[in-house]
Design a protein around this ligand. Structure first.
Ligand code: AMP
Ligand code: MG
Length: 420
């Protein structure tokens, strides 16, 4: 193994992103595709609405027939039919006639406007389905404009147009749009399976009793949750003790994954076993990334048949581990998913308390962001020790201090990443 190289955050991310692949496209039911990125443009196979239809309950008429109609001088039209949504009127609306019509029903041939019930002498207009009882004539009390209350065919979509672009991340409205086109399934990039392994003799599974010297496995859970949130499928491999055999055994169970994530054993002087196994089987680089928390990071590939599985070795420290996954793992998953929107929104915030950066690297301080009178304010979530995971749990933002920013005073403005 060569020396540990020191690189910037951007460099580390570029190296990782240049290696991870875009995953293949698969067809799946539109609801299962929620949150996934379209693998191809969606072209409308039909026009929506396919037929002009009414946006109001009322009477379909020929607008010209209603010229001059008023409360004092109603225009009387002969009612020749009644039409609910879902049916088509077989006849033709001739001059002097009207069809009683319900919202969504196609405009009968010959008609070119809809007079709502409120503008007729039948303002209640609600006893639909009793045409036999309804009157043979209707009085129109207002002049209808040509096309009034008519939703034209193709008002929403014309057949042949591109409705959704490749790469669109499907949200509820997109799922609805696909349904409107009659599409039950859609092609999207599949979810990456991420194998997650914790390492360390001291780590035990939550739910078991804790012996002196032991700690519960945090990383497998926080990282699995981040994987799920990003749209991936976590596959927890459990915990490997610090022996070559245990590590080899556990890693072998994760080689069908799209990405392998291990935690711990990458800090200087304490990664012997992880290092040995990775050096023996895979290709691995140990980096010091110019950031805090989270400076030790390993990245490499692990052979799996013909494939090489990308591997990210996160630091053991739970805060560092989440921070490194946020900056490197999440973008890698997004790339696999066909998404390019991994960057968090940023705001400029006023510091409500001083923040120090003694690391000489870019520092991410866990902060609570609040908006007061249109101005964002940031205050620390408490101890910034990378051992304090609760400082991460209460944060909704990360204040980013550049390498050369040693201290921020109250009132200074700092750029913050918005986490939630
Ligand atoms: P290491 O990288 O092995 O030196 O670990 C750094 C620190 O992180 C040590 O205090 C470990 O006990 C702790 N640590 C490592 N893995 C985990 C884990 N999965 N959950 C919680 N803490 C961990
Ligand atoms: Mg360890």
């Amino acid at each position: 193994m060569g020396a540990v190289t020191t690189i910037t955050i951007e460099e580390a991310r570029e190296r990782i992103l240049s290696f991870v692949p875009l995953l293949d496209a698969v067809e799946m039911p539109i609801l299962d595709a929620l949150g996934l990125a379209l693998a191809e443009d969606v072209v409308a196979p039909l026009t929506i609405p396919p037929l002009a239809n009414t946006s109001m309950d009322g009477y379909a008429v020929r607008a010209a027939d209603t010229d001059g109609a008023s409360d004092e001088r109603p225009v009387s039209l002969r009612v020749v039919g009644e039409l609910a949504a879902g049916y088509v009127f077989e006849g033709h609306v001739e001059a002097g006639t009207a069809v009683r019509i319900m919202t969504g029903a196609p405009i009968p041939a010959g008609a070119d406007a809809v007079v709502p019930f409120e503008e007729t002498d039948e303002p209640e207009g609600r006893n639909f389905g009793s045409f036999a009882k309804s009157r043979a004539e209707v009085g129109v009390l207002k002049t209808a404009k040509l096309g009034a209350n008519v939703r034209p065919a193709g008002e929403d979509v014309h057949a042949g147009t591109t409705v959704l672009k490749r790469g669109t991340v499907l949200r509820p409205a997109h799922v609805g749009a696909l349904a409107s086109l009659g599409m039950a399934a859609v092609r999207v990039h599949r979810r990456p399976v991420v194998a997650i392994l914790s390492t360390g003799d001291e780590i035990i599974e939550p739910g078991k009793p804790l012996a002196p010297g032991q700690i519960y496995d945090i990383n497998a859970y926080s990282i699995s949750a981040m994987v799920s949130e990003a749209g991936g499928v976590p596959k927890r491999l459990g915990i490997a003790t610090d022996t070559v055999e245990a590590l080899e055994q556990k890693l072998s169970e994760g080689l069908d994954a799209d990405l392998l994530v291990t935690s711990a054993g990458v800090s200087r002087g304490d990664y012997d076993v992880v290092k040995d196994v990775l050096m023996k089987h895979g290709e691995i680089n140990f980096w010091t990334v110019r950031m805090r928390p989270g400076k030790p990071l390993a990245f490499g590939t692990f052979p799996s048949g013909e494939r090489r599985v990308p591997h990210i070795g996160l630091p053991g420290n739970p805060v560092s581990s989440m921070m490194s996954f946020e900056l490197f793992g999440r973008p890698a998953l997004y790339k696999m998913l066909g998404r390019n929107d991994w960057e968090r929104p940023r705001v400029m915030a006023v510091c409500d308390e001083p923040i120090e950066n003694t690391s000489g690297f870019t520092q991410f301080a866990r902060v609570v962001l609040t908006e007061r009178e249109g101005v964002w304010h940031a205050r620390l979530t408490g101890s910034q020790s990378s051992g304090v995971l609760t400082s991460m749990a209460t944060a909704n933002g990360l204040a980013v201090m550049g390498e050369d920013v040693r201290a921020l005073a109250v009132g200074d403005v700092v750029e913050c990443l918005v986490l939630s």
